[in-house]
Design a protein around this ligand. Structure first.
Ligand code: PAF
Length: 280
């Protein structure tokens, strides 16, 4: 069922809420793929009713051409969900529905978790994500909301957002869904040619290599290897960072009993891809 307005969504959800059904929200920007299906499947393990929102949020793009080129095909998305027998409520609001008081971004104090990586390379991105999610949480009032670990920094930022706003929604992370060669599923993959899809596997290979080296090599050695891999490829590495999982701050030293993750952003042509992996 595709719902465009807040009013219709509220009417439909009221029926479920009156029956004390658990409502889940899977926020998306559309161009749905197998990764979204896994996320929705995961949401149904915890919830009776799942709302999938499709909204390309202008405030989280720091680059207008990236916003323009973002793949949009709502009808195809709705058909894709139907084909997979999902009884989701598909919420496709327009900008006025979401930003009724004007298209602007709020500023949030997320702390150090957004100082690096996506926060550093995409100015204002997390404020934009926070702004739209605060609004979507207010519109849908879900009990739980689901986010993929491919956007790990976003997942942690959203957990911080609900602490800041006090909104009563549980934020649940879902493991990254990958294609058979390890490339993380992403709407941006729709813009890659077959050759580029193959070349994109390097991101997973590099993260896997970092993981296999982690116990025996220094972080500087691992960074050198990963950088070398990218220099010999057609991908342009924007960053490779090894961070402590607890604060998402890049580090060059390892401490015992500390958890670490590796993060990559790289360009394939003009398509920007990100991924990350737990290293220990
Ligand atoms: O991850 C995304 O697709 C977006 O950042 C989100 C969470 C839907 C907010 O616009």
């Amino acid at each position: 069922m595709v719902i465009k307005s807040k009013e219709s969504l509220h009417k439909t959800l009221e029926i479920h809420k009156n029956k004390e059904k658990t409502i889940g929200l899977v926020p998306t920007m559309g161009a749905l793929h197998d990764g979204h299906l896994a996320l929705i499947d995961f949401a149904y393990k915890f919830c009776d009713v799942v709302v999938v929102s499709i909204f390309v949020n202008p405030t989280q793009f720091n680059n207008s051409s990236d916003l323009e080129k973002y793949p949009r095909h709502v009808e195809k998305d709705a058909a894709f969900l139907k084909k997979h027998n999902f009884k989701t409520l598909v919420f496709t609001p327009n900008v006025e529905e979401v930003y009724a008081d004007g298209l602007k971004s709020e500023s949030y104090n997320f702390g150090s978790i957004v100082d690096h990586m996506e926060g550093e390379f995409r100015a204002g991105h997390f404020d934009g994500v926070g702004s739209v999610l605060k609004r979507l949480f207010a519109i849908v009032s879900p009990d739980k909301a689901f986010f993929g670990e491919k956007d790990y920094q976003q997942l942690i930022a959203v957990k911080t957002l609900v602490n800041i706003t006090g909104q009563k929604v549980e934020i649940i992370g879902c493991p990254t869904n990958r294609n058979e060669f390890g490339l993380a599923q992403s709407s941006r993959n729709f813009r890659l040619s077959d050759t580029q899809l193959k070349e994109g596997e390097l991101i997973f290979e590099a993260l896997s290599q970092a993981k296999s080296m982690f116990d025996d090599y220094s972080i500087l050695d691992i960074e050198r290897e990963v950088n070398k891999k990218f220099q010999q490829s057609t991908l342009k590495l924007e960053y490779f960072s090894i961070v402590k999982t607890k604060d998402l701050i890049p580090t060059t030293t390892k401490e015992p009993k500390e958890a670490y993750r590796g993060f990559i952003a790289a360009f394939l042509g003009d398509v920007r891809l990100i991924d990350n992996m737990a290293l220990n």
